[in-house]
Design a binder for this molecule. Structure first.
Ligand code: ADP
Ligand code: MG
Ligand code: MG
Length: 885
């Protein structure tokens, strides 16, 4: 196998390996590609990634055959340029550049002007007729090589340069003369001898091998390893090395260097975008030593800047560059990020790659490029990262507005919000009812805070990670949330809080940014998302190409409406208990729970019935004609219990029981492990009247909406936490009976289904039997993950990060479905369910329904739909389309 590939000049470009990024790295593959289509690329060669691996494996020894290959490749470059490497009269200079398959900060920096020494610098001066240029190049080389290859602190060189500039009263590097650079080169060499205990290497061949060695070694540097670990890049890929003839942007006013995007990477606008510098080399543009100038005249005029744009200063080179931008975009059919140099009026390309872009730009590029006939719809769908859409769906902070940052927590739920600080859920509801925007600030949240979280425009917690209660619920509701802001300390008595050393009180205005976790004092201006335009077009394409349906997890009229705007095609999970936490109902719910007998429970339930019915009416009205999965009561009852004396007293007044009696009953409800306790269908089995009344509310509401609108919703009554066929059978009888009697009373009937959540391993295993009764399955993958892994989600924060760091889990299994483990149970249940009931409806309603990787798994398993929280619906639509392409 070849491991050294030449490019440029008359190099053959027929080798497929050379264009394979895993062999020659991203930079090398694209240099070869550009050269092969006749673009002006300085000639050079690429040493394959596998040579890097061999070198490291052999403890830093080059493979013997490599010397010969490199000599030959170097001859190709010499011949093409017409100069000799190390030739004292007219030297060939090269750059040595690293380049892995995946671009990676942490790899070796580029060395430019390699091949210069005390003799060749004179030759370069002679041949170019420009002494200043030659010595400028030499000082650059010594500094870069010493820094990158010899490991000498570059600050020492910069200091020496600063002193020279100060002594001479110079401001810019360009003011130094040939003699100034000569003096500096002598000083630089002295620095090297002092620091390195050996003179600066004069032999060009030694320089070249030193640089190649440094590139290979950098693959194993700590920096690079850490980066790979964080980004899931395998350690066994190695880096390629590119050795390329130098072209010079530092040969006076007809020379320049620059970087450019073929379109604006932040907006996607079709306008060349970039920066350049006259009489400069390589990194000068990004190093910030001189202020780079605008590429186009329009951009310069827009900014009101003085120094001429490249379009104005070098019209010919610019025209050629613009032509090459278009050509490269057409060739790669994507926006390109390009590095170029102009040497005495002649344009050279040094790099191209697909440019990084914001979510907004990604959308615009995808849609525009279809319009231009550059790509087709399917490619456009695949170009946009579904998760990036999240940035676009929420209001965001105006990037130009000033920010007074108090502290930074975890970015738990995206979007930004400003509002008055409130310290408990009831106050949040109260203030929001009077029309105030509030931010709920808690140490952490629990299920009884739901109404306050709903009322708030944003949520801030001092404790808890990215999968804490606050984070999960906030994401579900589409509320921005910053969690785990440990500097926040709340003094409940005084209704005050401190953040770091700043004192605040309830009612003060703060702003939170769920995109980066910042908490700011005062109100920071926001900008609203745009949902039509490119977003709408891409979504339409996604809908056309996806097989699975997308539903939403929602239980309020508002969330339902929002989800429909986002394209939801029904409800996959309506959690009825969320409605019970409402301030006006919680007392009735408590009466029901604390009742001693069925009669007591029924009395409370009878009062709850009209309330539940009106909830369902509102939901069905929004979802008319669409399937709505409604889950009957699921959580352990004690979650609804009163806390503290005041609440018990209030309840005592309402019920006529004494506080003592109520406390005793509450004590009886205590459970050691409520997650696996008296919850889910176990409630329906022991207290059938609860499910009966809920079913009644559902069917009465459905009939009411069917009569009023002429179009019936399709309720799917879902029984939670079923483990056995018999449980489902008993409860289905209750539901069917309720349906029959409602239909008779109402003189109207609607289609409905009764099915179950699959959220226990036993249910998955026994799915064949359960499907004899259940007409649909919805995979409740949150609980299924907890029960399969034996991990409690609410307690996992303490060890999950360590687990992910140590590679035990590739990702948080509550964020992205554990396809290998939990996924098996899902596939198996789907298979067994279908064997019994071929037309069984299958869906997923866990948090995973909004995660692209999990959605891809659902597509593969052949589920009928995924269900996601309203803000995740567009993400799910796009991810479902990508999964089916
Ligand atoms: P990075 O991966 O950090 O961008 P590069 O290898 O692309 O590093 O090199 C950085 C810059 O060095 C390039 O953008 C270019 O300006 C300059 N450069 C590299 N090779 C050459 C060369 N052969 N001739 C002129 N400039 C070069
Ligand atoms: Mg580069
Ligand atoms: Mg569950």
């Amino acid at each position: 196998n070849d491991t050294v590939f030449t490019f440029g000049g008359d190099a053959p470009h027929t080798n497929a390996r050379q264009k394979d990024k895993t062999v020659t790295g991203g930079k090398g593959a694209n240099l070869a590609e550009m050269a092969s289509i006749g673009l002006p690329v300085p000639p050079g060669f690429t040493i394959a990634t596998e040579e890097c691996l061999k070198y490291l494996e052999h403890g830093g020894e080059f493979a013997p055959a490599l010397r010969k290959e490199i000599e030959q490749a170097l001859t190709h470059v010499e011949r093409t340029v017409g100069k000799g490497f190390g030739d004292a009269a007219d030297p060939l200079l090269v750059s040595v550049r690293s380049g892995a398959a995946i671009s990676m900060p942490g790899m070796m920096d580029t060395v430019l002007n390699l091949g210069l020494n005390d003799a060749t610098v004179e030759g370069l001066a002679q041949a170019s007729g420009d002494e200043r240029f030659a010595w400028d190049s030499y000082r650059r080389f010594i500094q870069m090589y010493s820094d990158v290859v010899l490991g000498i602190d570059h600050g020492l060189f910069e200091e020496a340069l600063e002193i020279t500039k100060e002594d001479n009263g110079f401001y810019a590097d360009t003011e130094l003369s040939a003699d100034d650079w000569k003096t500096l080169v002598a000083e630089y060499k002295q620095i090297v001898s002092d620091e390195h205990d050996a003179p600066f290497p004069q032999d060009p061949t030694e320089q070249l091998w030193g640089a190649i060695r440094a590139v290979f070694d950098s693959w194993d540097s700590e920096r690079a390893k850490v980066y790979r670990r964080l980004n899931n890049i395998p350690h066994d890929m190695g880096t390629a090395v590119n050795v390329q003839a130098m072209v010079f942007g530092n040969m006076g006013d007809t020379s320049a260097t620059g970087v450019a995007f073929t379109r604006d990477p932040s907006t996607g606008e079709k306008a060349y975008y970039g920066e350049w510098l006259v009489n400069a080399q390589g990194e000068d543009v990004v190093a910030g030593i001189r202020t780079p100038q605008y590429l186009t005249r329009a951009a310069r005029e827009n900014a009101g800047a003085k120094p001429l744009s490249m379009e104005e200063a070098m019209p010919e080179a610019y025209a050629e560059l613009a032509h090459l931008f278009d050509l490269l975009e057409r060739h790669y059919t994507d926006m390109q990020d390009i590095e170029f140099t102009v040497q005495q009026g002649k344009l050279w390309l040094l790099q191209t790659r697909n440019g990084k872009r914001t979510a907004k730009a990604a959308l615009k590029l995808a849609v525009d490029m279809v319009g231009e006939g550059l790509i087709d719809e399917k490619t456009a769908i695949l170009r946009v990262d579904p998760m990036a859409l999240d940035q676009l769906l929420h209001p965001t902070l105006d990037p130009d507005a000033p920010r007074d940052v108090l502290t930074t927590g975890l970015p738990a739920s995206p979007g930004a919000a400003s509002g008055k600080i409130v310290l408990d859920a009831d106050t949040a509801e109260l203030w929001s009812n009077r029309g105030e925007k509030v931010i709920l600030v808690r140490v952490e949240t629990s299920p009884e805070d739901i109404h306050g979280m709903h009322a708030a425009t944003g949520i801030l917690t001092a404790r808890g990670g990215m999968t804490s209660h606050a984070a999960v619920v906030a994401r579900g509701m589409g509320r921005p949330c910053v969690s785990g802001a440990s500097q926040v300390s709340i003094a409940r008595e005084g209704r005050t809080l401190t953040i770091g050393d700043r004192e605040l009180k309830e009612g003060d205005t703060i702003t939170i940014d769920g995109a980066n976790g910042q908490v700011m004092a005062g109100e920071v201006a926001t900008i609203e998302p745009e949902l039509d335009g490119d977003f709408g077009v891409l979504m339409e394409w996604a809908d056309k190409h996806r097989r699975m349906r997308v539903r939403t997890n929602a239980e309020t009229e508002n969330d339902c409406r929002m989800a429909r705007q986002f394209g939801a095609e029904g409800i996959g999970l309506c959690r009825t208990e969320h409605m019970f936490f409402d301030a006006s109902r919680i007392s009735l719910v408590r009466q029901m729970i604390l009742a001693d007998d069925e009669q007591g429970r029924r009395a409370a339930l009878d009062q709850l019935l009209p309330e539940q019915r009106s909830d369902f009416v509102k939901i069905f009205e929004v979802m008319v004609g669409l399937p709505c999965t409604i889950r009957l009561l699921d959580p352990p009852l004690h979650e609804f219990l009163p806390h503290g004396d005041a609440e018990f007293e209030e309840l005592a007044n309402a019920t006529g029981f004494s506080v003592d009696q109520l406390r005793r009953r509450a004590g009886e409800l205590h459970e050691f492990n409520p997650m696996l306790g008296h919850r889910g269908c176990r409630l329906g089995i022991t207290y059938p009247e609860i499910y009966e009344v809920q079913a009644r509310a559902i069917f009465e509401a459905a009939c009411q909406v069917a009569k009023a609108s002429g179009e019936a919703p399709v309720p799917e009554v879902m029984i939670p936490l079923v483990a056995t066929r018999r449980e489902l059978e008993l409860i289905k009888e209750v539901v069917d009976r309720a349906a029959q009697s409602v239909f008779e009373e109402a003189g109207c009937s609607v289609e409905y289904l009764v099915g179950t959540m699959i959220e226990l391993p036993r249910a998955a295993l026994m799915a064949g039997e359960i499907a004899e009764v259940g007409e649909f399955f919805s995979f409740g993958t949150n609980d299924l993950t907890q029960t399969t892994l034996g991990v409690s989600r609410d307690d996992a924060a303490r060890f999950l990060t360590t687990y992910v760091d140590k590679g035990i889990f590739a990702r948080d299994p509550f964020v992205s479905l554990d396809v290998d483990g939990v996924g098996q149970l899902v596939s198996l249940a789907a298979e067994r369910g279908r064997a019994t009931r071929p037309d069984i409806k299958l869906g997923i309603c866990g948090e995973h329904g909004g995660d692209p990787a999990s959605i891809a798994f659902c597509e593969k398993t052949g589920l009928d739909y995924v269900s996601a929280s309203p803000y995740r619906v567009p993400i799910a639509r796009l991810a479902a389309a990508q999964a089916s392409l």
